[in-house]
Ligand binder design. Structure first.
Ligand code: FES
Length: 167
């Protein structure tokens, strides 16, 4: 093909169309991933496979996009998400002890979920409420100034909820 015969406008037009199509798919993909996670609490592989064929995007690309965002999870999570802050203010006020105690009580480590899917334990860098250190958030509930007594209350309440749900 001679350089002079290339119709630049036509070529750019095609590229624009392609870009628009891929942008559209990517936009739909993120939204679909959010919806799947909302419904399942994580991104199950079999659902991602269906999404892959529906949107005609490879499974590898879906995983690549999803793993870019910290908000997506690839394994089931607990009904209660317990997040212990290990930021500096919380750390110096004993949040590591809070984490260690919760790990021992529920037999899971940071990032793990109990086998009955009742509880997931996670750590964060800072919740932005350092004045309440040490802070732990259980689902949306912020619990600050956690001393030994409060920690005992948190553990009892989490265990009670576990038992209630098992009944
Ligand atoms: S360091 Fe824990 S809330 Fe900021």
């Amino acid at each position: 093909m001679e350089i002079e015969t290339i119709d630049v406008d036509e070529q750019i037009g095609e590229v624009r169309t392609i870009l628009r199509e891929s942008d559209k798919k990517r936009g739909i993909l993120i939204h679909a991933l959010q919806k799947i996670q909302e419904d399942y609490g994580y991104l199950p592989e079999d659902v991602l496979r269906k999404l892959s064929s529906k949107l005609d995007i490879s499974l590898a690309e879906i995983y690549s996009v999803a793993s870019f965002y910290k908000m997506f999870y690839f394994t089931p999570r607990g009904k209660k998400i317990v997040k212990v802050c290990l930021g500096t203010a919380c750390y110096v006020r004993g949040s590591k002890k809070v984490l260690n105690t919760l790990e021992e009580e529920f037999g899971i480590k940071d990032g793990e979920t109990t086998p009955d899917l009742a509880l997931t334990l996670e750590t964060v860098g800072c919740f932005g409420c350092c004045g309440l250190a040490p802070v732990t958030v259980i689902n949306e509930e912020v619990i600050g100034e956690i001393g030994p007594k409060k920690l005992e209350g948190i553990i009892n309440s989490l265990k009670e909820r576990e038992e209630d749900e098992a009944e």
